[in-house]
Design a binder for this molecule. Sequence first.
Ligand code: NAG
Ligand code: NAG
Length: 166
Amino acid sequence: MEIKRLSFNLLILFSFIIYTNANAWDCVYSIYVETGNVPSGGTSSNITIFLSDNSKAQLPIVNLKDWGLMGPTHDYFGHGEVDLFAGKGPCLPGPVCSLIIVLDGYDSWYCDFINVTTVGVAQSCSQKHFVVKKWLDVNKGSAVILQDECSDDDDDDDDDSLKKQV
Ligand SMILES: *[C@@H]1O[C@H](CO)[C@@H](O)[C@H](O)[C@H]1NC(C)=O
Ligand SMILES: *[C@@H]1O[C@H](CO)[C@@H](O)[C@H](O)[C@H]1NC(C)=O
């Protein structure tokens, strides 16, 4: 009995590894970020984003600047500017529909919009335009923003309580 259960667990673990390997680095993400053209809208802080699909699978992109296409010396997130970022990552099962933005630093930022284009080898392209238009304000404790635009067709109680906490 015990052994049976153990091998079942191993099987689950094994198929999980296969699954993640098969999907590793198969998608290319291009991300446009526009910083608001408002006084002090720009920031020197680091920005991390988490992309999610309808199944709530999540792809973290830690420190967007590491994906910056304007070079390491460019001033990213400058007032009124559009910055371009791109990189490879595992494909999410569905198109991106939810975004978490996290500001890590000491000066606030006004994010106008974030555009995410996903291109996968065996997948159709998808594009999502997030109109954010919000301050990530280190002094007001709003340095994290959740922009969830996923449709709610698999609504259950757990999901609801989760949303209320966020
Ligand atoms: C941003 O990240 C870089 C690299 O990880 C680090 O050297 C720098 O101190 C960070 N800047 C801020 C404002 O946290
Ligand atoms: C972002 O996406 C929207 C809608 O798809 C598009 O109209 C806009 O031109 C895009 N902006 C950039 C900078 O790519």
